[in-house]
Design a protein around this ligand. Structure first.
Ligand SMILES: [Zn+2]
Length: 218
């Protein structure tokens, strides 16, 4: 779901990348769980139930158009203590969008969510992880930070098995890793089972799942 590898952005000048987060501090055994593309009427509640049972926080990078359709799920995400970030109003690459469209995509979603929840949004993740300098500039003006990831287990691929997802995450996790899943899958069962196994393994290895808010505080 991305065109450029994450390390493409690490080659950009520091002036551009300083507001982009790829992972938390490596010296702490903290993990950050994130979900893109929701809320979805079946998948998101299933994920929320799973997170509640595991007692772990997560962040949901939502699409504005889905938030408008499923306000009760947005409320539930907040009530359960998770973070809501912005993924765009619709799911399209920001890389070729004009500034006015980028601003509209972000502002429309941000205004809706902040008004609806009465809470400031802090984080933004561009669809496909693709964006240019204009996005960085506008995101900064809106008071947001860009959060990418360092682990993408491909849960959205139909033929990806639970063990392939779990094995990849367990193999790649390091202190501060940001893992991205997608809560718009028609069948959330694979995702729920993967999460349970990943959590089990991560805890054995001494990791803990923490809120994205820890990214800016630690
Ligand atoms: Zn996405």
């Amino acid at each position: 779901m991305r065109i450029f590898p994450t390390n493409f952005y690490q080659l950009l000048p520091r002036q551009i990348t300083r507001s982009i987060i790829f992972h938390g501090k490596r010296e702490y055994r903290n993990l950050f769980l994130t979900f893109d593309d929701g809320p979805h009427e079946i998948c998101t509640p299933a994920i929320l139930e799973c997170l509640k049972e595991l007692k772990i926080p997560a962040s949901f990078f939502i699409l504005g158009e889905n938030a408008v359709r499923f306000p009760e799920i947005i409320k539930q995400i907040q009530m359960d203590g998770h973070i809501i970030g912005i993924h765009g109003y619709t799911h399209q690459s920001f890389f070729f969008l004009k500034s006015a469209s980028i601003r509209e995509q972000i502002e429309k979603t941000q205004n809706h969510i902040e008004l609806f929840l009465g809470k400031k949004i802090s984080f933004f993740r561009p669809p496909y992880g693709r964006f240019g300098w204009n996005t960085v500039r506008i995101v900064r003006q809106q008071g947001l930070k860009i959060v990418l990831w360092d682990i993408l287990p491909g849960d959205y691929k139909l033929n990806r098995t639970i063990s392939a997802i779990v094995d990849q995450v367990v193999m790649q996790i390091r202190g501060g890793s940001i893992i991205v899943f997608h809560d718009n899958l028609k069948n959330p069962d694979k995702l729920v089972k993967s999460l349970i196994q990943i959590h089990q393994q991560a805890v054995i290895e001494g990791y803990r799942f923490v809120s994205l808010e820890k990214l800016t505080n630690d």
